[in-house]
Write a protein that binds this ligand. Structure first.
Ligand code: AMP
Length: 220
C-alpha cells in the first residue's frame, strides 16, 4: 500500500505509523525524523535545516523533495510505504504525484487525522522523546514507567526544541497556511479518508484499521 498520513503536528501520525508498521508491515518514511537525524549529525544541510525547524517553519520544498526522491528509490520501499509529514505544501504534493507516476505507482489513500487546536497544543506540550532511540511519550496519556527514562532503551527523555509553546504556535500557523489546503486537494482526487483523532491512541487506531481494511478490499 502507498499511503500518506496528513494532519497537524500532534495529531498522532507518528504514533499511528509505528502501529501500522507493526501490524500491516508498511514502512514509515518520516521527513521530520530524517531532518532531525541530520541536525543531530550536524551535516551541512542539517545545520541549514535547523534554522527553519527551530522556528517552526518549513524546510524548503526542493530539500524535502530531494529527501523523498532518495527514500523512494530504496528497495525496501518498493512494496509500499507510508509518508509521515510529507507532503506539506501543494508543490510537494505535485512532486510526489509525478514521482509516483514515473515509478508506475499510485497512492492508495491519504489518512487525514483531524484534531482541534487546543488538543494539539496540550499534546505537543506534554510530548517527550528519547534522546537515544527517539521513542515518543506523552506525560499525560502515555507516560514512561520511570520518570524521564525511556521504557524501551533506558535513554533520557527530552522535550523537542520545537515543542516549546512559542514554536508550537508558529508550527500551527505554518500548518494552516501551507499544509491544510492539501485536505481539499486530496479530497478532490478521491483519496482522502477522515479520521477523528481526538480520542485515545487505541480508539484512533481502530479507525485506522477500518480504513486500511477498506483500502485492501478495494485493491482486491
Ligand atoms: P515533524 O516531526 O513532522 O513535526 O517535522 C518537524 C519539522 O521538520 C517541521 O516543523 C519542519 O520544520 C520540518 N519538516 C518535516 N517535514 C517537512 C516537509 N515535508 N516539508 C518541510 N519541512 C518539513
Amino acid at each position: 500500500m502507498y499511503l500518506v498520513l496528513l494532519g497537524p503536528p500532534g495529531a498522532g501520525k507518528g504514533t499511528q505509523a509505528k502501529m501500522i508498521e507493526q501490524e500491516f508491515g508498511i514502512s514509515q518514511i518520516s521527513t521530520g525524523d530524517i531532518i532531525r537525524e541530520s541536525i543531530r549529525q550536524q551535516t551541512e544541510w542539517g545545520k541549514k535545516a535547523n534554522e527553519y525547524v527551530k522556528e517552526g517553519k518549513l524546510v524548503p520544498d526542493e530539500v524535502v523533495i530531494g529527501i523523498i526522491q532518495e527514500q523512494l528509490s530504496q528497495e525496501k520501499f518498493q512494496a509500499g510505504f507510508m509518508l509521515d509529514g510529507f507532503p506539506r505544501t501543494l508543490q510537494q504534493a505535485e512532486a510526489l504525484a509525478s514521482m509516483l507516476d514515473n515509478m508506475g505507482k499510485r497512492l492508495d489513500g491519504v489518512l487525514y487525522f483531524e484534531v482541534n487546536e487546543e488538543e494539539v497544543i496540550q499534546r505537543l506540550s506534554a510530548r517527550r522523546i528519547c534522546e537515544n532511540c527517539q521513542a515518543t511519550y506523552n506525560l499525560l496519556s502515555k507516560p514512561p514507567k520511570e520518570d524521564q527514562i525511556c521504557d524501551a532503551c533506558g535513554g533520557k527523555l527530552i522535550q523537542r526544541a520545537d515543542d516549546r509553546p512559542e514554536v508550537i504556535r508558529q508550527r500551527l500557523k505554518t500548518y494552516k497556511e501551507q499544509t491544510a489546503p492539501l485536505v481539499k486537494w486530496y479530497e478532490d482526487r478521491g483519496l482522502l479518508y477522515r479520521l477523528k483523532s481526538e480520542g485515545s491512541i487505541a480508539e484512533v487506531y481502530q479507525q485506522v484499521k477500518k480504513v486500511l481494511n477498506e483500502i485492501q478490499e478495494k485493491n482486491g
